[in-house]
Write a new protein. Sequence first.
Length: 459
Amino acid sequence: MTNDLHPEPAPRLLIVSYHFPPAETVGARRPAALAAFAARQGWDVRVLTAVGANQGTVPVPVPEEHLIRVAPSPRLPRPGRGGGGAVTGGGTASPSRLRRIRAGADRLLVKVGMELLLPDPQLNWIRPPARTFDRAAAGWRPDVILASGPPFSGFVVAATLARRFRAPWVADYRDLWSVGNDHWVRTALRRAVDKRLERRVLRTVAACVTVSEPLADTIHHTFGVRTRVVMNGIDRRPVPAESAATPAGVDASGATLTLAHTGYIYPGRRDPGPLVDAIALLGADAARVHVIFAGEDHGITRAAAERAGVADSVTLLGPVSPEKSWRIQADADALVLLMWNDPRDAGTMTGKIFDYLQARRPVLLLGYENGVAARLLRERGAGVVANDPAAIASQLREWLAVKERTGRVPAVPATALDGLFREDQLGRYLDILRDAAGRQRTGRRAGPPGPAAVSATVR
């Protein structure tokens, strides 16, 4: 009777995320999904973000009045946003030379920024939210705060607000910070400074969450903080009709095997070279294989295809919208997932793998064969892992034969997706946040995790 007359108030969750819709960046998707799921479960959700209401086209998952949009200040120069043209030798540089100069300047700016700006180039967002949150939130106060990074300036913001409101905060690592992140190239001195800063920031954290068991182990063993695993999961969306996105000039008939890669290609980390070399090994059958690349690749793919002599088997679309990317995935016979073939990438569970699973096309993964992504594909029967061009060529021949015989490479079984949808993962996330808030109310401090605390991933 008492509970009916005095129901428990909705738990109040503040999500601190530099990236958030309407921005189209991949970093916005995980915090946006959590905000939407928590609101559907009856939580009172507010989101603190640096993204303005006009900075993208992605639908915003919570009411605009529940968003606290605070712009970074002061504005820092951004790569690719430079002004006029360069002049050398008394004359105006050619457009191609200007592009090379600007690209070189951008790379230098990024390298200097990543080395000197602490904790990251978004440090100009740390003070503005702390100064303006009270006024923007109009008296609203959180029971628990979650910060999603990178960028890790958001962790500093969350820790500051947590002290002010005497609320627990949880650190969500979409990627690692000072240790275990070899995609972020830094000097040894900068790594040491980052590690010291990260340790200091985590002194007050109630719990950490990340996307895979190896990453959770790294955080726990380095900083002694209880760390849970919540994978990204598959976002439910209508699967586009087939043949809606095949580029002009690409033969999608039963005689041609069409593969697709969507997303960014990192120089030295995600290498399409073994795939194009495998196509070259097919001899006359190379003309029956076509690979569509959608996304920024810095010219790496074209150079590799020309070197292998299979430029006609590759179509480069450049960056495309998320909707077109999903159509390309659904329309392909198979999907190519490029990752880093290195043990240091063992814990990387790229969000792209869940997009691919949603399309239900078999996946060809080029990357570390003993990593969590490779294990997921094998255990789910959703694809194959290969890095040697000869092994890749053998798989292409197998798919070619199947398509010639049946007209279509079979879809990944729907059962392979069981337990991997976003809502399957986010239910555990709310349990973690509820537990953190509960410990704060009872005065219990976060201790090291028990034997099962760091393992919550779906098998």
